[in-house]
Design a protein around this ligand. Structure first.
Ligand code: BGC
Length: 696
């Protein structure tokens, strides 16, 4: 449809019809076509006719394409202007075929895995009938107590920005109207990862300077990559909930970042303004959100019954409804829904997409690239002919997919036990009889994700007891760790000869872990979040700001704890390999100014005897600036696959933008003076190079 035709359509719509386009209701309410509403909708006296007016459905129904197609067709036919609903869905790390959790995808330090994951998930969900995914989540996360860290690419704004942008591109594949593509909704805008003490849905307290420097950049990168929708976070900024925060949604998102798409609330978020004590009732909530810049209301039923009435009472202008409605119609147009409301109605096609071996291969490769080898005292890889015991909660479990896996095809997920038992190179036996013990344990997958905050992110008492018993047998114990967040491993670590952090690796995870354990390929994941030594160190991240008195060993009145080291157990970016790498970095262009990047060239050689991937990381520290800056921050990275003895030369262009600081008004402070650089394989890499930043 042309933009003129869209505007003509808008003019032909009644106020009620326009307001209803701004409401999202559950798909389950419409099953079997335009049926009797169920659940909370009954209380709102919704009729089949008013359901048909709603702009969007959140997909909570069965998973087959024909059911989706029937609902979408029925609603489109029932709409007075035949406007189809948009079907939205959480496709977070795959749809039916699960990929590793996004925190693990962050650990690949390779945007190609993020993009492929998003592409495969979009394809499977589109084959079912979805149009939009509520993904990627690009909250910068530093607090392992918060269960939702699993949904993010990690603690670094640079990593979140790169991975998020890659996921947006993978989801859309250049054209969201393509039958294989979805539109991407980025979330949760912004600062949700700061929820106080890691407790879900708790308030945040963040300065505008921190927002500009740390929390906005990933969103900005995703907007540039083409994100179609933005979901405000459940939290408030400057004590104004993001869902109705005009500074966040209008001034920054639209004014500064140039976002032109649709803003959609998180689940019942307008309704929660009552809990914040900001709105007395749903009607006031509707007014505040509309005025604040929220286009669509997910599931709070504030907009549907109240918007038109608010206009009639002169409380809000119809112009606001028109603008929001036009954005929703534009999204539908961009998705091609006016021509093709139903993506696919063939169960056979859906099945063909779901059984595509390429998707399984991509999930396997992502899982293998994301596992992080944290310790290895020459135990891994296992030698052929080894007798191994495979024990622990996760040894024979299909629950290795992680949170946000409601639609996962669990039946085709192999357990570790099934995978290892099929490998003729080893014999599975009891711990007493084994040469080596594989202890598969960690978090339960249902204990990660939304609503799963913890005060003790660590192995349970029972798991520690079992580890102690196994370790007392005097045989090497390999901990195969499953987790959706950094765990405190300080007590477990000495009891293990090797630790492979498998995160939650997804549908093909068991085979990928076996491939790593058996040495078919070398582990190459690097930590996307710092692993602290103690809960009391949280939040601990590589890019903390410099303090007044940096730590000096043995000194009293300096940055330190009296009962624990300040250092992490494993730093951000850390990960071992079965091979070794030598790095040689040279600054080949020393000066940096606007439009003229500095250049650092790194030669990386695989000095070992097996293939492996090096994850090069560039950290920067600006010696002087008017604002306090991070002691170091990741500004660039590259994953490089190398055969034994192979050398690659990698050039990093360091731009002014990478080192820019922003003040509380969002004004950029260009870097000036000496900037120290470290190129290495984790955040402990020493500063050994520097460049000169010239202002102007
Ligand atoms: C979550 C969102 C999610 C939405 C829809 C909310 O509770 O915070 O991340 O997209 O539900 O499922």
């Amino acid at each position: 449809m042309t933009s003129t035709a869209l505007k003509t359509l808008l003019q032909a719509m009644t106020l009620e019809e326009k307001a209803a386009q701004l409401a999202q209701i559950p798909m389950s309410a419409c099953l079997g076509g335009v049926s009797e509403p169920t659940g909370p909708m009954t209380a709102l006296n919704l009729t089949p006719e008013s359901i048909a007016l709603c702009g969007s459905l959140i997909a909570d129904g069965p998973l087959d394409a024909p059911s989706y197609a029937a609902v979408v067709r029925a609603l489109t036919n029932a709409h007075p202007h035949h406007i189809p609903p948009i079907v939205m869905k959480d496709v977070i790390h795959g749809h039916r075929t699960m990929f590793p959790i996004p925190l693990a995808i962050g650990a690949t330090f390779d945007e190609r895995f993020a993009s492929r994951m998003a592409r495969c998930g979009a394809r499977e969900a589109a084959a079912m009938g979805a149009h939009v995914t509520f993904s990627p989540m690009v909250d910068v996360v530093r607090d392992p107590r918060w269960g939702r860290v699993m949904e993010s690419p990690g603690e670094s704004p640079t990593l979140c920005a790169a991975m998020g942008a890659a996921m947006v591109k993978g989801t859309r594949n250049g054209d969201p109207s393509h039958p294989d593509s979805l539109a991407a909704c980025i979330k949760h805008y912004a600062g949700y990862g700061l929820s106080q003490a890691g407790q879900e849905y708790s308030p945040i307290d963040v300065s505008r300077t921190e927002l500009f420097n740390t929390y906005f950049p990933p969103f900005e990168a995703c907007v540039k990559a083409g994100a179609d929708l933005v979901m405000p976070a459940f939290v408030g900024v400057d004590r104004v909930p993001c869902v109705c925060n005009g500074w966040m949604l209008k001034d920054i998102l639209r004014g500064r970042m140039g976002f032109e798409g649709v803003t959609i609330s998180d689940w019942d978020d307008p309704g929660q303004l009552r809990n914040h004590g900001v709105a007395a009732d749903l009607k006031e909530a509707a007014r505040l959100c509309m005025e604040g810049g929220l286009d669509m209301d997910m599931m709070s039923f504030a907009y549907l019954p109240h918007l038109a009435q608010l206009v009639r009472e002169g409380e809000i202008s119809e112009q606001l409804i028109d603008e929001a409605c036009l954005r929703v119609l534009e999204l539908k147009n961009k998705l091609g829904l006016f021509e093709t409301p139903v993506r696919n109605d063939s169960a056979a096609y859906q099945q063909a997409v779901l059984s595509d071996p390429e998707t399984k291969k991509a999930a396997f490769e992502a899982a293998a690239a994301s596992c992080v080898l944290l310790k290895n005292e020459n135990v891994l890889p296992l030698r052929p002919g080894a007798k191994a015991a495979l024990v622990g909660d996760h040894a024979d479990s299909r629950a290795i997919l992680g949170g946000w896996t409601l639609d996962a095809d669990r039946s085709s997920t192999r357990t570790l036990f099934e995978s290892f038992a099929s490998d003729p190179r080893i014999t599975l036996t009891t711990p007493g009889d084994a040469d080596v013990i594989l202890f598969a344990c960690g978090e339960r997958e249902q204990d990660t994700g939304e609503g799963q905050s913890k005060t003790r992110p660590q192995l349970t008492g029972a798991q520690m007891d079992e580890l102690s018993r196994l370790s007392a047998l005097g045989k090497p114990v390999v901990l195969l760790l499953f987790c959706g967040r950094p765990l405190i491993l300080t007590k477990a670590e000495p009891l293990c000869s090797a630790i492979l952090n498998c995160w939650f690796p997804g549908s093909e995870g068991a085979d990928a872990i076996r491939a790593l354990v058996m040495g078919d390929q070398s582990p190459s994941g690097h930590l996307s979040m710092t692993f602290p030594r103690a809960i009391g160190q949280i939040p601990l991240h590589h890019d903390r700001l410099s303090g007044a008195r940096p730590h000096l060993d043995g000194e009293n009145y300096f940055n330190r704890y009296i009962d624990e080291s300040s250092a992490p157990l494993y730093p951000f970016g850390y990960g071992l390999s079965y091979t070794s790498f030598a790095l040689d970095s040279k600054v080949v262009k020393q000066t940096l100014c606007a439009g003229s990047p500095a250049v650092i060239r790194t030669q990386v050689t695989n000095t070992g005897s097996c293939s492996g991937a090096a994850v090069l990381q560039v950290y920067a520290h600006l010696r002087k600036s008017p604002l306090i800056r991070p002691m170091r921050q990741l500004i660039a990275f590259r994953r490089v696959e190398l055969a034994p003895q192979e050398t690659a030369e990698i050039e990093f262009e360091l731009t002014q933008e990478m080192l820019m600081l922003y003040d509380a008004d969002g004004c950029g402070v260009a870097p000036e003076g000496i900037c120290d650089l470290a190129v290495g394989m984790d955040a402990d890499a020493p500063f050994a190079q520097h460049i000169l930043c010239i202002r102007g």
